[in-house]
Design a protein around this ligand. Structure first.
Ligand SMILES: Nc1ncnc2c1ncn2[C@@H]1O[C@H](COP(=O)(O)OP(=O)(O)OP(=O)(O)O)[C@@H](O)[C@H]1O
Ligand SMILES: [Mg+2]
Length: 304
């Protein structure tokens, strides 16, 4: 089984990708898309279709079901190559690092480059951590596709992260610049730096000021990070807050609890470095309603 998405993508022929896209479309109706349907929809001879399916299965892009009918389902790796292919066609990505720069529970992150030579980070979402997954609007939109819940959750995470990055970046916060998103993948600018938790010395006052600035910008836009910790701050010349898929709107009933937890994580870390964070001042902010605008985004999404 292939481990890296880059290696996986290279192993595919044009026809394989087309077959994979057909199966993706077939998932609207079927958890396992009947082999018969795939063969009928594809503009290839039956042997060619079966040959592609065999290769896609061998490389780990498909899972098979044999009873009550022979059918195929796309794996996480399969969706990775579909998204990568689309982003390459849209000229958002030229190349990716051969191995990931970060592997977490909820994502795999690669470094890369755009066709114009801009350095990027490409985040493939794996989990569905967005606070909006429990919202009525999201639930009702995906109700018809309960067999695709994992797919929708990872896509929701990507859209949520892209939304938060866009708002905060426009608002002048220190976050990676969002460049594109497709399916469950987010492309953003690459931040040169180290994770804050790894830093043993440095100007911690300046770092804290940068992080607080970004958190305040986000708050003023109605956005609470929700997973703030020294793991999600990258320190270079300036300090950037990353990892936003789980952001929580300030209108959320539990908003205050999330916000307090974020601040508790931060202030505990900075305290050890001799920096006090002025909490009351940071929390004294007038919020706007970010949830409503985000729901509009969800409404626009077709998800499949
Ligand atoms: N824009 C970026 N520039 C440089 N490196 C990045 C960027 N985004 C992510 N990384 C690297 O990838 C790692 C993981 O990214 P991120 O924190 O966004 O996801 P994650 O930790 O896997 O998600 P989760 O916390 O939900 O498991 C980071 O710690 C960082 O090393
Ligand atoms: Mg993280």
């Amino acid at each position: 089984m292939i481990k890296s998405v880059v290696e996986a993508y290279r192993s595919l022929e044009k026809r394989d990708l087309q077959i994979l896209r057909i199966i993706e479309a077939g998932h609207r109706r079927h958890e396992f898309v009947p082999e018969e349907l795939i063969a009928r929809w594809a503009r290839y001879r039956r042997e060619e279709v079966l040959d592609s399916i065999k290769r896609l299965h061998y490389h780990g892009f498909l899972r098979r079901n044999v009873a009550p009918y022979r059918g195929w389902k796309i794996t996480a790796l399969g969706y990775d190559v579909l998204a990568l292919h689309t982003l390459r066609m849209q000229r958002k990505i030229l190349r990716l690092s051969p191995t990931p720069i970060g592997v977490g529970k909820e994502s795999v992150v690669y470094a890369g480059e755009t066709p114009s030579g801009f350095k990027i980070a490409v985040k493939f979402h794996r989990g569905g951590v967005s606070a909006f997954r429990y919202e009525e609007l999201f639930r009702s939109r995906v109700a018809k596709f309960s067999h695709l819940e994992d797919v929708f959750n990872t896509r929701l995470s990507a859209v949520a992260e892209f939304f938060a990055l866009s708002k905060i970046f426009e608002g002048g916060g220190l976050v990676p610049e969002p460049i594109a998103h497709n399916r469950h993948v987010v492309v953003m600018s690459y931040i040169e730096g180290v994770e804050l938790y790894k830093l043993s010395d440095g100007d911690f006052k300046k770092i804290a000021d940068d992080v607080l600035h970004t958190i305040k910008v986000a708050l003023s836009l109605g956005i609470i990070h929700g997973d703030l910790s020294p793991y999600n701050v990258l320190v270079g010349k300036r300090s950037f807050v990353i990892d936003w898929p789980q952001w929580v709107p300030t209108s959320h009933p539990e908003a205050r609890r999330y916000l307090q937890r974020d601040f508790a994580n931060l202030s505990a870390f900075f305290k050890k470095c001799g920096v006090e964070i002025p909490l009351e001042e940071a929390l004294d902010i007038r919020y706007i309603d970010s949830a409503r605008e985000f729901f509009k985004e969800i409404n626009k999404m077709w998800f499949l």
